[in-house]
Write a protein that binds this ligand. Structure first.
Ligand SMILES: [Zn+2]
Length: 903
């Protein structure tokens, strides 16, 4: 509540100040006015990756809806040399661009009042390559320099003057003039090339794009490897084959083969589903040597962190899986986001939730061995944790400024959005839902669609009308998630018949000590499983009242799982008898249901309704599962108990408990990958090794890992560093253990290796290992190291998140952060500027430590893009952690430990 008011006040104040500054008209820091609309762009850029700046001319055709002497658009950190406005009848005169707001809102004054008409604006300008991976930016790898782009959310304004809002979709004509020896690429296929007279330069012309918003424009220049992938063949939906290419830093071409080979099937999957042909003239998968996010769905030119595309025999199993998943996500965007685009950032969930939901479907269909349904569920549970905060965003949160835009790319938009879609898909049926999606895409293709358009389509096609619309809105337009309480009843009916009933009630799920000021209600599609013995059936209900009773079609039931197939976006509680009955059948539930059963236990613990003993006693039944997500389902709660409730006296018993449960699992799995291991087996091994080596700190296991890493780092007289000696799946863990247990020698060797290693995945592991040191002097060294150019911008999060993941480093980090906060945040892209707040909050679990943070950040937070919400969420997490710790106390754990001594 407090947050919402604060935001409104801040937004109102900034409008007022802007109005004062310009005299009359307020600077449009949110949406641009409607009276000028771009119709097309011609972008001519001259780019030499070896230089520090680029130059260009952009011509924009603009429709003026009414007479005007100026218009508003966006330009940021751009030096405009000349602006010419050409009227419809050909008269041309100079105009002037003035930046009015630091977020890049600019006014173009025509010097005279022009009638309503179509005009052309031509800007000659130059700009620096951005240092923070935004707009058009440059990255050096050894002596090579690569230029690429990242425009989303609002960074196209760093690259060229533009109407930098998603609702403006227009064709782009792109021409690139680059040094003759460089490779240059863009969204579409190249149509012409011309060399300069002195042969120093070449000018490449690219086919006109389909209508695109500025945030999907992309290009690349540099000594790239370009490799052909398999052509995506024509099919019943699409007449022409689509050329597929992989693009990566020089020398990385061969590593792109795996993902290129997997891509045609993914494209076909979405074409079958949507019945819309892949919308663009080719598909390039581009691995950028440094990148701010994971990947970006630019139309026909998807850019990734190159670590996500570079796959070979030295890659861990997790890299194959992420490569496939992220590629499936970005390709889904070619329909969900690129073909149909959201008009404004408050609907960004339509892009991200849809791509996340579709990626899950594609993975389940095409790579069953990745257990996509369980990965999807992990995402849902992650979103539920964020959504349990009072300061959580809504899926459809109003957007007032840049901070709101950056905040919008979070777990609520992606994973909660995807989970809500899945719940409604399950409720109306997969076939009906697919029909609605086809209808929606066909109607809005090459244009825009918003939430209301989509809801109306699903409501109409499903025949559920306003009931469905209301239900969907109850999840989109309010924050938080429902807690559904379920009880079974069995009443004597007429004659010998007994009637089974399910009593449901709902409230907002909140952790212990947090009270909701209002009492939000949802229209929740609840699908529950009902069992008699090991036989079960499924029935769905719409819970649209605070309390409701439903008749069971199959008569009385002995037990119920209130979230059948884990398809619902809600948590549940059960009556005592119902919980005991479910526990008795837990092992017979489907894997996803076993995971939500475990989540119900964690959620009850977080609400202070059950003690740590119940969590610990529930672990053995899960730990023996072959499925990693089930086997480790309660490890998060275990780690919380170990970190925040245990004392020096009780911790050894907890460690012994985890060792008793999981050491035999490692024994049976072996420490190293075996030729026939499935992805799930590998994943389970990694989870167990991390728990035993890094959390419980098992001495024998650490000695083994330390020895293997020492050999790979050349520490025992072996001389040369050879990371290939390490098993890729546990390489990162082994390196961490070596830095912690072998001290300065390992630290130095890792830092030396980072000077020359260009395998980006390995670099992330090396940086995380370096930062995990427990030595106070080295810890200070690594914190400063993160501010030097030796650590690339996109690598920074790997370093600091690993650093504060270690309890030993948190006090030192906080002391260091205070004088270095601005240096750290200013190295990061706008979208990550607020992440240092999260690092500062790591491990804090008391009111006092929250206050300490609040006080220090209070006078600084307004300058941090997206900082207010990040701070509010961080502090709320600290507060609820402290409240739960105080509520549970250490008595219950001490009693449990007496019954389970370490020896
Ligand atoms: Zn996405």
């Amino acid at each position: 509540m407090r947050i919402t008011h604060w935001f409104r006040a801040a937004a109102a104040a900034s409008v007022l100040l802007s109005a004062l500054a310009t005299g009359a008209e307020a600077v449009p820091t949110g949406k641009l006015p409607d009276d000028a609309k771009p119709l097309s762009y011609a972008l001519d850029l001259k780019i030499d990756p070896k230089a520090d700046r680029f130059s260009g001319r952009v011509r924009i055709k603009v429709r003026l809806a009414r007479p005007a002497d100026h218009l508003w658009l966006h330009a940021r950190e751009i030096d405009v040399v000349k602006v010419v406005v050409t009227e419809a009848k050909g008269a041309a005169h100079d105009a002037k661009l003035t930046v009015r707001d630091p977020s890049g809102v600019a006014e173009v004054a025509f010097g005279a009042t022009l009638a309503a008409q179509d005009i052309e604006l031509a800007f000659d300008y130059s700009a620096p390559f951005n240092a923070k991976l935004q707009g058009i930016y440059k990255v050096k790898v050894g002596d090579d320099a690569y230029v690429t782009t990242q425009m989303e959310a609002i960074s196209a304004r760093y690259a060229f003057p533009s109407f930098d809002e998603p609702r403006f979709k227009t064709p782009f004509d792109i021409t690139l003039t680059v040094p003759s020896g460089e490779v240059a690429l863009a969204n579409t296929l190249q149509t012409a090339a011309k060399e300069s007279d002195d042969r120093e330069w070449k000018t490449l012309t690219f086919a006109q794009t389909r209508p695109l918003p500025t945030y999907l424009v992309a290009l690349a220049v540099g000594p790239w490897d370009v490799v052909d992938g398999p052509t995506i063949p024509a099919n019943s939906v699409r007449k022409n084959p689509v050329p597929l290419r992989g693009i990566g830093p020089h020398g990385t071409g061969p590593q792109l083969k795996w993902i290129l080979d997997a891509t045609p099937a993914t494209v076909k999957y979405y074409e079958d589903y949507t019945q819309q042909p892949y919308p663009f003239d080719k598909l390039d998968l581009v691995g950028a040597p440094d990148f701010s996010a994971g990947a970006m769905e630019n139309a026909g030119f998807i850019v990734y962190r190159d670590a996500l595309l570079r796959i070979d025999a030295k890659s861990p199993a997790s890299s194959y899986r992420s490569s496939f998943n992220v590629n499936a996500h970005e390709i889904a965007h070619q329909w969900f986001g690129d073909l149909v685009t959201v008009p404004w950032w408050d609907d960004i969930w339509l892009n991200e939730a849809y791509a996340t939901w579709a990626q899950g479907k594609a993975t389940v269909a095409l790579k069953p061995e990745y257990l996509g349904d369980l990965s999807r569920l992990e995402g849902t549970l992650y979103a539920m944790n964020s959504d349990s905060k009072l300061s959580a965003r809504k899926i459809r949160q109003p957007i007032h400024d840049q901070g709101d835009i950056e905040n919008a790319f979070d777990g609520i938009t992606y994973q909660k959005g995807a989970a809500v879609l899945r719940m409604f898909e399950e409720w109306i049926g997969e076939d009906v839902y697919r029909e609605a999606m086809r209808d929606y895409l066909a109607k809005h293709k090459f244009g825009s669609g918003n939430s209301d358009d989509l809801i109306a389509t699903i409501a109409r096609v499903s025949g559920k009308g306003e009931t469905l619309a209301k239900a969907m809105r109850s999840f989109l337009d309010q924050p938080g998630l429902p807690l559904v309480h379920a009880e079974l009843k069995c009443n004597a009916g007429k004659g010998a018949e007994k009637t089974g009933k399910l009593e449901l009630s709902q409230s907002r799920y909140l952790p212990f000590g947090v009270l909701s000021h209002d009492n939000p209600q949802w229209q929740v599609p609840v699908c529950a499983r009902f069992g008699n013995g090991d036989k079960s059936s499924r029935q769905c209900f719409l819970l649209d009242q605070p309390e409701q009773e439903f008749a069971l079609a199959g008569g009385c039931a002995q037990w119920t799982m209130p979230n059948a197939d884990a398809a619902g976006y809600y948590r549940f509680t059960l009556g005592k008898a119902e919980f005991a009955a479910l526990k008795g059948h837990a092992a017979a539930l489907a894997p996803a249901e076993q995971v939500v059963y475990a989540d119900a236990i964690s959620a009850a613990f977080d609400q202070g309704r059950i003690g740590p003993d119940v969590v610990l006693e529930a672990m053995p039944a899960l730990a023996s599962s072959q499925i990693p997500q089930i086997a480790t389902a309660l490890v998060g709660s275990f780690e919380w108990i170990r970190e925040h409730l245990a004392t020096d006296a009780t911790r050894p018993a907890l460690d012994a408990w985890a060792t008793k449960l999981y050491a035999p699992r490692l024994q049976e799995l072996g420490l190293h990958k075996r030729p026939d291991d499935s992805d799930a087996t590998t994943r389970l091994r990694v989870g167990v090794v991390d728990l035993l080596a890094l959390t419980v700190r098992d001495k024998a296991l650490r000695a083994q890992l330390n020895g293997e890493a020492r050999a790979a780092l050349g520490l025992d007289g072996a001389g040369k560093v050879d990371l290939a000696k390490l098993d890729p799946d546990i390489r990162g863990t082994a390196l961490k253990v070596a830095v912690q247990d072998s001290g300065e020698a390992a630290y130095k060797a890792v830092q030396q290796e980072l000077k020359t290693n260009t395998q980006t995945k390995q670099r992330y592991e090396l940086l995380a290992a370096l930062a995990a040191t427990h030595d106070a002097k080295l810890a200070e060294d690594v914190r400063n190291y993160g501010l030097t150019p030796a650590v690339a911008v996109g690598e920074i999060p790997y370093l600091y998140s690993s650093h504060v993941g270690e309890e030993e480093n948190r006090a030192g980090f906080w002391a260091w952060l205070k004088p270095h906060f601005d240096a750290l945040r200013m190295r990061l892209p706008d979208s990550y500027q607020s992440s240092a707040i999260g690092y500062a909050g790591a491990g804090r679990c008391s009111k006092e430590s929250g206050e300490e943070m609040r006080e220090w950040f209070a006078p600084r937070i307004k300058q941090v893009i997206g900082g207010e919400r990040k701070l509010a969420q961080s502090l709320e997490g600290v507060g609820t952690c402290g409240a739960l710790r105080a509520h549970v106390g250490d008595k219950a754990l001490a009693t449990w430990v007496e019954a389970h001594p370490a020896r």
